[in-house]
Structure formats: C-alpha cells, structure tokens
Design a protein around this ligand. Structure first.
Ligand code: BMA
Length: 393
C-alpha cells in the first residue's frame, strides 16, 4: 500500500472507529439492551465463533431458506431442513444490486425477504454471512466485468468516488437495519471483495494493484464503521490458486486491523474428487499457516461439488476425510440455484437419491454443526464481565 494513503486511511479508522464511537453510533432503540451489552454485536459474535470452533465446523449454505433447484420463495422451506431436519448453522446471502437501489438482489432475492431471513436465522441461534457482487461502477456491467480500471476510479480522486461512496452508504444502511423488533442488532460476517486473486471480478488481480485492492477494502471498512456498523465481523477470502504459498495467499491481505477472519473459496468443478482433495489439502495447509501468521480464525468460505445430485458419497468420502484435519470456523456451500440448476447446486435436494443418504450421514458427524448444535452456545456478556468478554478482539 502507498504509505501516505495507508496512513490516511488508518488515521481515519483511528478517529472514527474507536469502541466508544462504535457503541455510540449503534443507538439501539431498546435502552435495556444497550445497558446490558458490554460488547458490540460484532465482538460478541467473534467470541461466539471462537467458542463454536472448539465444538466443530459449522455447516453453511448460501440462500438456504429462499430457494432450491426445484422451488423458490416458499416460506419456512430449506433444502438442508428437508434432508436433515435442521437448518444450517450458517446462512449466506448476497447484497449484489443493493447498490443500484434494486428491490431484489442479483439472484432475484428480495432484500426485504433477505432481511427477515437474516433476523429469523439470528433468532434461531444461527449465524449469517454476507457477500457482495456489486456492479462494475465504470462500465455498468455486472461484477464479472474486469474492465475499466474500476478500483482506481472509486478511490479518492477517482471519477466514480462519489457514486461508490453512495453505494457503501446503502450497504451500511442495510447492515444497520438488521435488528430484531426490540432494536437488538444482528451481527453478520461480511466478506466483501472476495476472490481478489482471480481475474474475473472488477476488483480482481488483473484489474488493480495490491495497494489499490487494500485501499478498496480499507475504504469499505472505514466507511461502514463510521456509519455505525458495529455488527460486522470482517472476512477476507481469496480463491484457490495454482501458486500455493503463504506469501502469495496473503498478497492482497488488507491487514489485521481490518480483518477478523480469513477464508478461501475452493470448488470441485471437474468431477475429479482426488484433484479436489489435493487442492483442498494443499490450500488448507497454506491457509492454516497464513492464519497462524496473521492471528485470525479461518473458514472454508465457499465450496461445493458441481453435479452433487449425481454423486454417491462425496460428503463423507471426498470432503470430510480432508476437512476433519483442520480447525475451521465454518464451511459454506454455495447456492442451489433456481435459475441454473444443472450448473449450480451444491447441497442435495430432498429427491436427489444416494447423495441424500450420504449428506444425512455427514449431518450425524458430531463435529459438523447445524443450527440446533449451536443455538445454546452463546458468550455470557454481562456488564460486570465487560473486560473479560471484550478482551479477545
Ligand atoms: C456466483 C454464481 C452466480 C451468482 C453469484 C451471486 O458464484 O452463483 O450465478 O449470481 O454467485 O450469488
């Protein structure tokens, strides 16, 4: 990072993101809650994530309660619930198109419905993670348009700076709006600017320098924290890479002040279980070393096997033998896409044959956690224990 910009951003962070300012900015409408909580919702979630990792790895699913490959928008439905009788411990949702004032995200999920599902997941004791595939602010195409030097354009002095700042405000407003009916803020794991080491997104490695990328991430952090988002656990996750070294893994790491959890995205697209296991092992080894180096928790932030409905025992024979060797916070399976069921479905639907049985077996693994396994695991966060409960962050 250019030293001046970095210092300027870190200075802005120091000025506006102290614990005091964050708590003041939160303004919970329920005075009782404000008094009771010694920590921000984000800090409580961090503490909870650490407790949960002692128990095992949480299973997550993108867009779980809003659609599957054979259904969409039904209330109370979920492929994971249908196959196992429980909801996933972690649910993922994507904010793409929020920046355009759309009522629905890029996959057709209405933002009002998303908010309700996030709150419902929180109330059942589950955890939520948010990703964001914003449109290219220069070309007006979607996130997968790497053209236009768009990162430079949104940074200080760039032609799209003002527009981009208004986008960040919309994201902040949505995240701040995640509150229960008594004004308790729902914490979320926010994972912006993911897969930055690939070349497919406008924030990807072919479209900006590491310094520019870091400034993008930090600008996002500072703007959202300034806007009072004290309910964000910040996640950062590159994609599987051919070059598996700790230094390359961390090449675009924005720094420990801005990141709480690191992750990686790894898929099996080629129906080659052995290759997936090799990639998974080698990359999780690198991530483990990276997480020790930077002192952050780690997660498998996206995964899945394309064509899962035709597999027999992928969860227990391909994934678990590798995954069980690592200490991870969660593993998030990507969406069972209603709009492209052949291409994208990563957890079984209820009628999917042999793999349903295998997924049920996976569900029985004591170290694989679903919603009911985690609901009771919550940090005690009384005022008197303020220091103790906040000290880990
Ligand atoms: C991608 C694909 C897209 C989708 C996007 C955001 O990986 O699943 O079809 O639009 O995620 O959910």
């Amino acid at each position: 990072m250019g030293a001046v910009c970095c210092l300027a951003l870190q200075g802005a962070y120091a000025q506006c993101c102290s614990e005091k300012t964050q708590d003041a900015a939160a303004k919970p409408s329920c005075a009782m809650d404000a008094q009771k909580s010694c920590c921000s919702p984000a800090k409580k979630l961090m503490k909870r994530l650490r407790m949960l990792q002692e128990k095992g790895v949480m299973l997550g699913h993108q867009d779980d309660p809003v659609y599957g490959t054979t259904w969409k928008w039904d209330e109370g439905k979920s492929d994971v619930l249908l196959t196992t009788g429980d909801y996933p411990a972690v649910m993922g949702f994507d904010l793409g198109k929020l920046e355009l004032d759309s009522k629905e995200n890029l996959d057709g999920v209405p933002f009002d419905r998303m908010r309700n599902e996030i709150i419902a997941q929180y109330k059942r004791g589950g955890i939520v993670t948010l990703s964001w595939h914003p449109w290219n602010p220069v070309t007006g195409e979607n996130a997968w348009d790497p053209k236009g030097d768009a990162v430079k354009a949104v940074l200080e002095g760039g032609a799209q700076q003002k527009k981009f700042e208004s986008w960040l405000k919309k994201v902040a407003a949505f995240i701040n709006s995640l509150q229960t009916c008594c004004g308790e803020k729902v914490p979320v794991i926010f994972r912006p600017w993911h897969e930055m080491n690939g070349g497919w997104f406008w924030w990807g490695a072919n479209s900006c320098t590491p310094d520019q990328y870091n400034m993008l991430y930090i600008k996002t952090y500072v703007t959202l924290m300034k806007a009072g988002c004290n309910n964000i656990v910040w996640a950062w996750s590159p994609n599987l890479s051919d070059q598996k070294t700790v230094d390359l893994f961390l090449e675009r790491y924005p720094g420990g002040d801005f990141v709480d959890l690191i992750g990686v995205d790894i898929y099996e697209f080629d129906n080659n279980d052995a290759n997936y296991q090799k990639n998974l092992t080698e990359t999780l080894d690198v991530m483990k070393a990276a997480s020790e180096k930077v002192g952050k928790m780690a997660a498998l932030t996206e995964t899945g096997c394309r064509g899962i409905s035709k597999k027999k025992d992928w969860f227990t024979k391909a994934l678990w033998p590798v995954l069980q060797n690592y200490e991870l916070s969660y593993v998030l399976f990507w969406r069972n896409a209603w709009d492209k069921p052949e291409e994208e479905a990563y957890l079984p639907g209820v009628k999917d044959g042999a793999i349903v049985k295998d997924f049920k077996k996976f569900y029985q693994e004591p170290k694989v956690l679903f919603a009911k396994d985690i609901e009771a695991v919550k940090p005690v966060c009384k005022k008197a224990e303020g220091k103790a409960c906040c000290k880990n962050k």
